[in-house]
Design a protein around this ligand. Structure first.
Ligand code: GDP
Ligand code: GDP
Length: 439
Protein backbone atom coordinates (compact mmCIF):
# COMPACT_ATOMS: atom_id res chain seq x y z
CA UNK A 1 0.00 0.00 0.00
CA UNK A 2 1.20 3.48 -0.78
CA UNK A 3 1.68 5.43 2.43
CA UNK A 4 -0.22 8.72 2.56
CA UNK A 5 1.27 11.98 3.83
CA UNK A 6 -1.09 14.93 4.28
CA UNK A 7 0.24 18.51 4.23
CA UNK A 8 -1.62 20.65 6.73
CA UNK A 9 -1.28 24.27 7.74
CA UNK A 10 -2.67 27.76 7.43
CA UNK A 11 -2.87 29.34 3.97
CA UNK A 12 0.43 30.70 2.62
CA UNK A 13 2.76 28.62 4.76
CA UNK A 14 4.03 26.89 1.61
CA UNK A 15 1.96 23.71 1.28
CA UNK A 16 1.51 23.86 -2.47
CA UNK A 17 5.18 24.81 -2.97
CA UNK A 18 6.18 21.73 -1.01
CA UNK A 19 3.59 19.62 -2.83
CA UNK A 20 5.01 20.66 -6.19
CA UNK A 21 8.54 19.94 -5.08
CA UNK A 22 7.61 16.47 -3.85
CA UNK A 23 5.60 15.48 -6.91
CA UNK A 24 7.28 17.30 -9.76
CA UNK A 25 9.68 14.61 -10.96
CA UNK A 26 6.72 12.58 -12.08
CA UNK A 27 4.98 15.53 -13.66
CA UNK A 28 8.03 16.38 -15.75
CA UNK A 29 7.89 13.00 -17.44
CA UNK A 30 4.68 13.78 -19.20
CA UNK A 31 4.90 17.54 -19.51
CA UNK A 32 3.12 19.33 -22.29
CA UNK A 33 0.58 16.76 -23.38
CA UNK A 34 -2.55 18.18 -24.97
CA UNK A 35 -5.58 17.97 -22.75
CA UNK A 36 -3.63 16.97 -19.67
CA UNK A 37 -4.97 18.36 -16.42
CA UNK A 38 -3.03 17.79 -13.25
CA UNK A 39 -4.41 17.17 -9.86
CA UNK A 40 -3.20 19.97 -7.67
CA UNK A 41 -4.34 18.21 -4.57
CA UNK A 42 -3.15 14.62 -4.81
CA UNK A 43 0.18 13.49 -6.20
CA UNK A 44 2.74 10.74 -6.09
CA UNK A 45 6.13 11.48 -4.56
CA UNK A 46 9.15 9.24 -4.57
CA UNK A 47 11.98 8.78 -2.13
CA UNK A 48 14.48 6.69 -4.04
CA UNK A 49 12.29 3.91 -5.36
CA UNK A 50 9.67 4.19 -2.64
CA UNK A 51 6.48 5.89 -3.77
CA UNK A 52 4.05 7.65 -1.48
CA UNK A 53 0.91 9.75 -1.86
CA UNK A 54 1.03 13.45 -0.98
CA UNK A 55 -2.17 15.31 -0.24
CA UNK A 56 -2.31 19.09 -0.17
CA UNK A 57 -5.23 19.83 2.14
CA UNK A 58 -5.48 23.47 1.08
CA UNK A 59 -6.38 26.11 3.62
CA UNK A 60 -7.47 24.40 6.77
CA UNK A 61 -8.49 26.50 9.73
CA UNK A 62 -9.86 29.35 7.62
CA UNK A 63 -13.48 28.32 7.67
CA UNK A 64 -15.53 29.62 10.58
CA UNK A 65 -16.21 26.77 12.95
CA UNK A 66 -19.69 25.29 12.84
CA UNK A 67 -20.00 25.74 9.11
CA UNK A 68 -19.21 22.46 7.47
CA UNK A 69 -18.31 23.30 3.93
CA UNK A 70 -17.48 20.82 1.21
CA UNK A 71 -13.89 21.99 1.53
CA UNK A 72 -13.73 21.24 5.23
CA UNK A 73 -15.19 17.81 4.66
CA UNK A 74 -12.60 17.01 2.05
CA UNK A 75 -9.82 18.17 4.33
CA UNK A 76 -11.24 16.06 7.12
CA UNK A 77 -11.42 13.13 4.77
CA UNK A 78 -7.80 13.56 3.72
CA UNK A 79 -6.74 13.71 7.36
CA UNK A 80 -8.70 10.55 8.12
CA UNK A 81 -7.10 8.72 5.23
CA UNK A 82 -3.56 9.90 5.91
CA UNK A 83 -0.93 7.77 7.60
CA UNK A 84 1.11 10.77 8.63
CA UNK A 85 0.31 14.44 9.08
CA UNK A 86 2.89 17.02 8.11
CA UNK A 87 2.05 20.23 9.91
CA UNK A 88 3.64 23.21 8.17
CA UNK A 89 4.22 26.58 9.79
CA UNK A 90 5.82 29.75 8.48
CA UNK A 91 9.20 30.92 9.83
CA UNK A 92 8.66 34.35 8.32
CA UNK A 93 5.47 34.98 10.27
CA UNK A 94 6.31 33.10 13.45
CA UNK A 95 3.87 31.21 15.64
CA UNK A 96 0.31 32.55 15.31
CA UNK A 97 -2.83 31.93 17.39
CA UNK A 98 -4.18 29.97 14.41
CA UNK A 99 -1.14 27.69 14.52
CA UNK A 100 -1.76 27.09 18.21
CA UNK A 101 -5.43 26.28 17.64
CA UNK A 102 -4.58 23.98 14.75
CA UNK A 103 -1.88 22.21 16.77
CA UNK A 104 -4.38 21.52 19.50
CA UNK A 105 -6.88 20.14 17.02
CA UNK A 106 -4.31 17.94 15.32
CA UNK A 107 -2.91 16.60 18.57
CA UNK A 108 -6.34 15.34 19.54
CA UNK A 109 -6.45 13.12 16.45
CA UNK A 110 -3.71 10.91 17.84
CA UNK A 111 -2.13 10.43 14.41
CA UNK A 112 1.59 10.43 13.72
CA UNK A 113 2.51 14.05 13.21
CA UNK A 114 5.61 15.99 12.27
CA UNK A 115 6.03 19.73 12.65
CA UNK A 116 8.02 21.46 9.90
CA UNK A 117 9.03 25.11 9.99
CA UNK A 118 9.03 26.20 6.36
CA UNK A 119 10.79 29.24 4.78
CA UNK A 120 13.80 28.65 7.02
CA UNK A 121 15.95 29.98 4.21
CA UNK A 122 15.28 33.53 5.44
CA UNK A 123 17.51 33.32 8.52
CA UNK A 124 19.13 31.12 11.13
CA UNK A 125 17.01 27.94 11.31
CA UNK A 126 17.46 27.32 15.03
CA UNK A 127 16.44 30.85 15.94
CA UNK A 128 13.49 30.72 13.56
CA UNK A 129 12.24 27.42 14.94
CA UNK A 130 12.52 28.41 18.62
CA UNK A 131 9.23 30.28 18.50
CA UNK A 132 7.38 27.06 17.58
CA UNK A 133 8.33 25.05 20.63
CA UNK A 134 5.24 26.50 22.28
CA UNK A 135 3.12 24.33 19.96
CA UNK A 136 4.11 21.40 22.13
CA UNK A 137 4.82 19.14 19.18
CA UNK A 138 8.47 18.49 19.92
CA UNK A 139 11.54 19.66 18.08
CA UNK A 140 10.46 21.14 14.73
CA UNK A 141 12.15 20.29 11.46
CA UNK A 142 13.41 23.30 9.59
CA UNK A 143 12.93 23.23 5.85
CA UNK A 144 12.69 25.44 2.80
CA UNK A 145 10.19 24.29 0.22
CA UNK A 146 11.47 26.74 -2.39
CA UNK A 147 15.15 25.85 -1.91
CA UNK A 148 14.61 22.20 -1.13
CA UNK A 149 16.60 22.51 2.08
CA UNK A 150 15.83 19.75 4.62
CA UNK A 151 13.01 18.32 2.51
CA UNK A 152 14.64 15.00 1.67
CA UNK A 153 15.60 14.31 5.30
CA UNK A 154 12.13 15.24 6.48
CA UNK A 155 10.39 12.82 4.12
CA UNK A 156 12.93 10.12 4.89
CA UNK A 157 12.19 10.47 8.56
CA UNK A 158 8.43 10.39 7.98
CA UNK A 159 8.59 7.27 5.79
CA UNK A 160 10.98 5.52 8.14
CA UNK A 161 8.34 5.59 10.83
CA UNK A 162 5.59 4.22 8.62
CA UNK A 163 5.24 0.48 8.49
CA UNK A 164 5.84 -1.11 5.10
CA UNK A 165 2.36 -2.51 4.73
CA UNK A 166 1.81 -5.66 2.75
CA UNK A 167 -0.27 -5.21 -0.37
CA UNK A 168 -3.91 -5.96 0.09
CA UNK A 169 -5.91 -8.07 2.42
CA UNK A 170 -5.97 -11.14 0.26
CA UNK A 171 -3.06 -13.38 -0.57
CA UNK A 172 -4.24 -13.62 -4.15
CA UNK A 173 -3.10 -10.04 -4.55
CA UNK A 174 0.47 -11.20 -4.38
CA UNK A 175 -0.04 -14.22 -6.65
CA UNK A 176 2.33 -13.68 -9.58
CA UNK A 177 0.19 -15.79 -11.88
CA UNK A 178 -2.74 -13.43 -11.68
CA UNK A 179 -3.24 -10.23 -13.62
CA UNK A 180 -4.31 -7.55 -11.17
CA UNK A 181 -7.03 -5.42 -12.72
CA UNK A 182 -8.19 -2.17 -11.11
CA UNK A 183 -11.60 -0.78 -12.06
CA UNK A 184 -11.49 2.96 -11.43
CA UNK A 185 -13.66 5.97 -12.21
CA UNK A 186 -15.53 8.77 -10.52
CA UNK A 187 -18.73 8.08 -8.60
CA UNK A 188 -21.74 6.65 -10.43
CA UNK A 189 -20.06 5.88 -13.73
CA UNK A 190 -20.99 2.23 -13.22
CA UNK A 191 -17.95 0.59 -11.59
CA UNK A 192 -19.96 -1.61 -9.25
CA UNK A 193 -22.29 -2.63 -12.04
CA UNK A 194 -19.33 -3.51 -14.23
CA UNK A 195 -17.60 -5.49 -11.50
CA UNK A 196 -20.80 -7.41 -10.86
CA UNK A 197 -20.95 -8.22 -14.55
CA UNK A 198 -17.35 -9.33 -14.68
CA UNK A 199 -17.70 -11.58 -11.69
CA UNK A 200 -21.22 -12.86 -11.97
CA UNK A 201 -23.45 -12.18 -9.02
CA UNK A 202 -22.71 -15.38 -7.14
CA UNK A 203 -19.04 -14.55 -6.61
CA UNK A 204 -19.89 -11.61 -4.42
CA UNK A 205 -21.11 -13.80 -1.63
CA UNK A 206 -17.81 -15.57 -1.33
CA UNK A 207 -15.57 -12.80 -0.15
CA UNK A 208 -15.53 -10.56 2.85
CA UNK A 209 -14.40 -6.99 3.23
CA UNK A 210 -12.06 -6.42 6.12
CA UNK A 211 -10.05 -3.26 6.64
CA UNK A 212 -11.04 0.36 6.73
CA UNK A 213 -12.99 2.34 4.15
CA UNK A 214 -9.67 3.34 2.67
CA UNK A 215 -8.74 -0.16 1.62
CA UNK A 216 -9.69 -1.57 -1.72
CA UNK A 217 -10.97 -5.10 -1.90
CA UNK A 218 -9.14 -7.83 -3.80
CA UNK A 219 -11.36 -10.32 -5.53
CA UNK A 220 -9.77 -13.34 -7.20
CA UNK A 221 -11.61 -14.65 -10.24
CA UNK A 222 -11.28 -16.85 -13.30
CA UNK A 223 -13.02 -17.06 -16.64
CA UNK A 224 -14.63 -20.40 -17.37
CA UNK A 225 -12.52 -22.47 -19.71
CA UNK A 226 -9.55 -20.09 -19.67
CA UNK A 227 -6.18 -20.50 -18.11
CA UNK A 228 -5.43 -16.89 -17.26
CA UNK A 229 -6.43 -15.92 -13.74
CA UNK A 230 -7.16 -12.46 -12.39
CA UNK A 231 -7.50 -10.42 -9.25
CA UNK A 232 -9.97 -7.60 -9.43
CA UNK A 233 -9.19 -4.54 -7.34
CA UNK A 234 -12.47 -2.95 -6.40
CA UNK A 235 -12.41 0.74 -5.51
CA UNK A 236 -16.17 1.07 -5.60
CA UNK A 237 -16.71 -0.61 -2.24
CA UNK A 238 -19.41 -2.97 -3.46
CA UNK A 239 -20.09 -4.38 -0.08
CA UNK A 240 -20.58 -0.98 1.48
CA UNK A 241 -23.14 0.36 -0.97
CA UNK A 242 -26.01 -0.23 1.35
CA UNK A 243 -24.50 1.94 3.99
CA UNK A 244 -22.90 4.65 1.92
CA UNK A 245 -24.91 6.71 -0.55
CA UNK A 246 -22.96 9.92 -0.29
CA UNK A 247 -20.81 10.22 -3.43
CA UNK A 248 -18.06 12.01 -1.51
CA UNK A 249 -17.93 9.26 1.06
CA UNK A 250 -18.08 6.56 -1.58
CA UNK A 251 -15.29 7.88 -3.72
CA UNK A 252 -11.73 8.22 -2.54
CA UNK A 253 -8.87 9.56 -4.64
CA UNK A 254 -6.38 7.95 -2.29
CA UNK A 255 -8.02 4.56 -2.62
CA UNK A 256 -8.01 5.00 -6.39
CA UNK A 257 -4.32 5.97 -6.45
CA UNK A 258 -3.47 2.94 -4.36
CA UNK A 259 -5.51 0.64 -6.57
CA UNK A 260 -3.74 2.00 -9.66
CA UNK A 261 -0.40 1.49 -7.97
CA UNK A 262 -1.21 -2.13 -7.15
CA UNK A 263 -2.65 -3.01 -10.55
CA UNK A 264 -1.07 -4.41 -13.68
CA UNK A 265 -3.93 -3.18 -15.84
CA UNK A 266 -6.33 -0.31 -15.14
CA UNK A 267 -9.85 -0.09 -16.55
CA UNK A 268 -10.92 3.55 -16.50
CA UNK A 269 -14.71 3.70 -16.56
CA UNK A 270 -16.39 6.79 -18.06
CA UNK A 271 -20.06 7.66 -18.19
CA UNK A 272 -21.37 8.40 -21.68
CA UNK A 273 -24.55 9.91 -20.27
CA UNK A 274 -22.81 12.33 -17.96
CA UNK A 275 -20.06 13.22 -20.44
CA UNK A 276 -16.33 13.52 -19.86
CA UNK A 277 -15.68 15.59 -16.75
CA UNK A 278 -12.68 17.33 -15.24
CA UNK A 279 -12.39 14.56 -12.68
CA UNK A 280 -12.08 11.96 -15.46
CA UNK A 281 -9.13 13.87 -16.89
CA UNK A 282 -7.54 14.13 -13.45
CA UNK A 283 -7.84 10.40 -12.91
CA UNK A 284 -6.47 9.87 -16.41
CA UNK A 285 -3.40 11.92 -15.60
CA UNK A 286 -2.76 9.85 -12.48
CA UNK A 287 -2.99 6.67 -14.55
CA UNK A 288 -0.61 8.09 -17.13
CA UNK A 289 1.87 9.03 -14.40
CA UNK A 290 1.68 5.52 -12.97
CA UNK A 291 2.84 3.94 -16.23
CA UNK A 292 0.18 1.23 -15.97
CA UNK A 293 -1.42 -0.49 -18.92
CA UNK A 294 -4.84 1.03 -19.56
CA UNK A 295 -8.20 0.24 -21.10
CA UNK A 296 -10.92 2.87 -21.36
CA UNK A 297 -14.52 1.72 -20.99
CA UNK A 298 -17.15 4.25 -21.99
CA UNK A 299 -20.14 2.92 -20.10
CA UNK A 300 -23.91 3.44 -20.41
CA UNK A 301 -23.71 3.32 -24.20
CA UNK A 302 -27.07 1.51 -24.27
CA UNK A 303 -29.82 3.44 -26.05
CA UNK A 304 -27.69 6.56 -26.30
CA UNK A 305 -28.97 9.11 -28.81
CA UNK A 306 -26.74 9.71 -31.87
CA UNK A 307 -26.10 13.36 -30.93
CA UNK A 308 -24.91 12.31 -27.48
CA UNK A 309 -22.67 9.66 -28.98
CA UNK A 310 -21.02 12.21 -31.24
CA UNK A 311 -20.69 14.62 -28.33
CA UNK A 312 -18.95 12.06 -26.12
CA UNK A 313 -16.54 11.19 -28.92
CA UNK A 314 -15.57 14.85 -29.35
CA UNK A 315 -15.22 15.41 -25.62
CA UNK A 316 -13.10 12.32 -25.31
CA UNK A 317 -10.76 13.43 -28.06
CA UNK A 318 -10.40 16.88 -26.58
CA UNK A 319 -10.10 16.16 -22.87
CA UNK A 320 -8.46 12.75 -22.82
CA UNK A 321 -6.20 12.99 -25.86
CA UNK A 322 -3.19 12.15 -23.68
CA UNK A 323 -4.69 8.69 -23.16
CA UNK A 324 -4.68 7.94 -26.88
CA UNK A 325 -2.50 4.87 -26.30
CA UNK A 326 -5.39 3.05 -24.64
CA UNK A 327 -7.97 0.97 -26.48
CA UNK A 328 -11.48 2.34 -26.03
CA UNK A 329 -14.55 0.13 -25.56
CA UNK A 330 -18.11 1.35 -25.61
CA UNK A 331 -20.03 -0.84 -23.24
CA UNK A 332 -23.18 -1.28 -21.24
CA UNK A 333 -22.37 -2.73 -17.85
CA UNK A 334 -26.07 -2.86 -17.14
CA UNK A 335 -26.87 -5.12 -20.11
CA UNK A 336 -23.47 -6.75 -20.37
CA UNK A 337 -22.82 -5.52 -23.90
CA UNK A 338 -19.12 -5.40 -24.75
CA UNK A 339 -18.04 -6.50 -21.29
CA UNK A 340 -16.53 -9.82 -22.47
CA UNK A 341 -14.22 -7.95 -24.82
CA UNK A 342 -12.82 -5.99 -21.91
CA UNK A 343 -11.17 -9.07 -20.42
CA UNK A 344 -9.71 -10.10 -23.79
CA UNK A 345 -8.25 -6.60 -23.91
CA UNK A 346 -6.85 -6.99 -20.39
CA UNK A 347 -4.85 -10.05 -21.52
CA UNK A 348 -3.61 -8.20 -24.56
CA UNK A 349 -2.48 -4.92 -23.00
CA UNK A 350 -0.83 -6.83 -20.16
CA UNK A 351 1.15 -8.84 -22.70
CA UNK A 352 2.04 -5.63 -24.55
CA UNK A 353 3.30 -3.92 -21.40
CA UNK A 354 5.63 -6.85 -20.76
CA UNK A 355 6.73 -7.50 -24.32
CA UNK A 356 10.34 -7.97 -25.39
CA UNK A 357 11.13 -5.63 -28.27
CA UNK A 358 13.65 -6.82 -30.80
CA UNK A 359 16.64 -4.54 -31.30
CA UNK A 360 16.82 -4.94 -35.12
CA UNK A 361 13.14 -4.06 -35.38
CA UNK A 362 13.53 -1.01 -33.14
CA UNK A 363 16.41 0.18 -35.32
CA UNK A 364 14.48 -0.39 -38.53
CA UNK A 365 11.64 1.70 -37.15
CA UNK A 366 13.98 4.43 -35.91
CA UNK A 367 15.69 4.63 -39.29
CA UNK A 368 12.49 4.91 -41.28
CA UNK A 369 11.03 7.46 -38.85
CA UNK A 370 14.14 9.64 -39.08
CA UNK A 371 14.27 9.32 -42.86
CA UNK A 372 10.69 10.32 -43.31
CA UNK A 373 10.84 13.21 -40.89
CA UNK A 374 14.36 14.17 -39.72
CA UNK A 375 14.89 15.75 -36.30
CA UNK A 376 15.38 19.53 -36.33
CA UNK A 377 18.60 21.54 -36.54
CA UNK A 378 20.02 22.87 -33.30
CA UNK A 379 22.52 25.74 -33.58
CA UNK A 380 23.03 24.86 -37.21
CA UNK A 381 23.67 21.17 -36.57
CA UNK A 382 21.18 18.41 -37.08
CA UNK A 383 20.28 16.21 -34.10
CA UNK A 384 21.50 12.69 -34.88
CA UNK A 385 19.66 9.64 -33.63
CA UNK A 386 21.85 6.60 -34.26
CA UNK A 387 20.45 3.48 -32.67
CA UNK A 388 17.81 2.17 -30.33
CA UNK A 389 17.31 -0.68 -27.90
CA UNK A 390 14.85 -1.62 -25.19
CA UNK A 391 15.63 -0.25 -21.73
CA UNK A 392 12.90 -1.95 -19.73
CA UNK A 393 9.40 -3.36 -19.57
CA UNK A 394 6.12 -2.54 -17.95
CA UNK A 395 5.90 0.12 -19.17
CA UNK A 396 8.23 -0.53 -22.07
CA UNK A 397 10.87 2.08 -22.62
CA UNK A 398 13.22 2.54 -25.49
CA UNK A 399 16.69 4.04 -25.24
CA UNK A 400 17.89 6.02 -28.25
CA UNK A 401 21.55 6.95 -28.59
CA UNK A 402 22.70 9.92 -30.65
CA UNK A 403 24.07 13.45 -30.62
CA UNK A 404 22.51 16.57 -29.08
CA UNK A 405 19.71 14.36 -27.86
CA UNK A 406 18.99 16.71 -24.95
CA UNK A 407 17.63 19.14 -27.55
CA UNK A 408 15.05 16.77 -29.06
CA UNK A 409 11.78 18.72 -28.90
CA UNK A 410 8.73 17.37 -27.12
CA UNK A 411 6.79 17.20 -30.38
CA UNK A 412 9.49 15.10 -32.01
CA UNK A 413 9.52 12.72 -29.04
CA UNK A 414 5.81 12.28 -29.46
CA UNK A 415 6.26 11.66 -33.17
CA UNK A 416 8.80 8.92 -32.43
CA UNK A 417 6.61 7.35 -29.76
CA UNK A 418 3.73 7.19 -32.21
CA UNK A 419 5.89 5.66 -34.90
CA UNK A 420 7.18 2.99 -32.54
CA UNK A 421 3.72 2.35 -31.21
CA UNK A 422 2.25 1.85 -34.65
CA UNK A 423 5.21 -0.12 -35.97
CA UNK A 424 5.21 -2.49 -33.01
CA UNK A 425 1.44 -2.58 -32.63
CA UNK A 426 2.06 -1.65 -29.02
CA UNK A 427 -1.18 -0.18 -27.79
CA UNK A 428 -2.67 -0.22 -24.30
CA UNK A 429 0.56 0.63 -22.53
CA UNK A 430 2.43 3.88 -22.08
CA UNK A 431 5.67 3.89 -24.05
CA UNK A 432 8.64 5.93 -22.95
CA UNK A 433 11.77 7.07 -24.71
CA UNK A 434 15.01 7.98 -23.07
CA UNK A 435 17.78 9.67 -25.05
CA UNK A 436 21.49 9.26 -24.52
CA UNK A 437 24.17 11.38 -26.07
CA UNK A 438 27.34 9.61 -27.13
CA UNK A 439 28.02 5.91 -27.62
P1 GDP B 1 0.02 27.45 0.68
O1 GDP B 1 -1.11 28.43 0.69
O2 GDP B 1 0.27 26.90 2.04
O3 GDP B 1 -0.14 26.37 -0.37
O4 GDP B 1 1.37 28.30 0.34
P2 GDP B 1 2.14 28.48 -1.05
O5 GDP B 1 2.87 27.24 -1.40
O6 GDP B 1 1.20 29.03 -2.04
O7 GDP B 1 3.24 29.56 -0.63
C1 GDP B 1 2.89 30.87 -0.18
C2 GDP B 1 4.06 31.82 -0.47
O8 GDP B 1 5.21 31.44 0.30
C3 GDP B 1 4.50 31.82 -1.91
O9 GDP B 1 4.79 33.12 -2.30
C4 GDP B 1 5.77 30.96 -1.89
O10 GDP B 1 6.66 31.32 -2.93
C5 GDP B 1 6.34 31.28 -0.55
N1 GDP B 1 7.17 30.18 -0.05
C6 GDP B 1 6.83 28.86 0.02
N2 GDP B 1 7.84 28.13 0.52
C7 GDP B 1 8.86 29.00 0.79
C8 GDP B 1 10.19 28.85 1.34
O11 GDP B 1 10.64 27.73 1.63
N3 GDP B 1 10.93 29.98 1.47
C9 GDP B 1 10.47 31.20 1.12
N4 GDP B 1 11.27 32.24 1.30
N5 GDP B 1 9.23 31.39 0.61
C10 GDP B 1 8.43 30.30 0.43
P1 GDP C 1 -20.28 3.37 -9.28
O1 GDP C 1 -20.54 4.45 -8.29
O2 GDP C 1 -19.23 3.79 -10.28
O3 GDP C 1 -19.98 2.04 -8.67
O4 GDP C 1 -21.63 3.23 -10.17
P2 GDP C 1 -22.80 2.14 -10.06
O5 GDP C 1 -22.37 0.83 -10.61
O6 GDP C 1 -23.35 2.19 -8.69
O7 GDP C 1 -23.84 2.75 -11.11
C1 GDP C 1 -24.44 4.03 -10.93
C2 GDP C 1 -25.78 4.06 -11.64
O8 GDP C 1 -25.60 3.91 -13.05
C3 GDP C 1 -26.71 2.93 -11.20
O9 GDP C 1 -28.01 3.45 -11.12
C4 GDP C 1 -26.60 1.93 -12.35
O10 GDP C 1 -27.76 1.16 -12.50
C5 GDP C 1 -26.40 2.83 -13.55
N1 GDP C 1 -25.65 2.13 -14.62
C6 GDP C 1 -24.49 1.44 -14.49
N2 GDP C 1 -24.12 0.93 -15.68
C7 GDP C 1 -25.04 1.31 -16.59
C8 GDP C 1 -25.19 1.10 -18.01
O11 GDP C 1 -24.40 0.44 -18.67
N3 GDP C 1 -26.26 1.69 -18.60
C9 GDP C 1 -27.16 2.43 -17.92
N4 GDP C 1 -28.19 2.95 -18.59
N5 GDP C 1 -27.07 2.64 -16.58
C10 GDP C 1 -26.01 2.09 -15.92
Amino acid sequence: MLPVIALIGRPNVGKSTLFNRLTRTRAALVADLPGLTRDRQYGIGRLGSRPYVVVDTGGIGTTPSGIETLMERQVQRAIDEADHLLFLVDARVGCTPEDLALAQRLRRLGKPLTLAVNKSDIGNPSILSADFHQLGLGEPWTISATQGMGVHDLIEQVLEHLPETVAGTDLSAADPERIRVAVVGRPNVGKSTLINRLLGEERLVTFDSPGTTRDSIFIPFERPGQEQRYTLIDTAGLRRRARIDDPIEKFSVIKTLQAIDQAHVVILVLDARAGIAEQDATLGSHILDSGRALIVAINKWDGLEPELRAQVRTQFERRLRFLDFAPVYRISALHGTGVGHLLDAVDLVYANANRDLSTPELNRLLESAVQEHPPPLVKGRRIKLRYAHQGGRNPPFIIIHGNQTEAVPETYQRYLINRFREGLDLFGTPLRIEFKTGQ
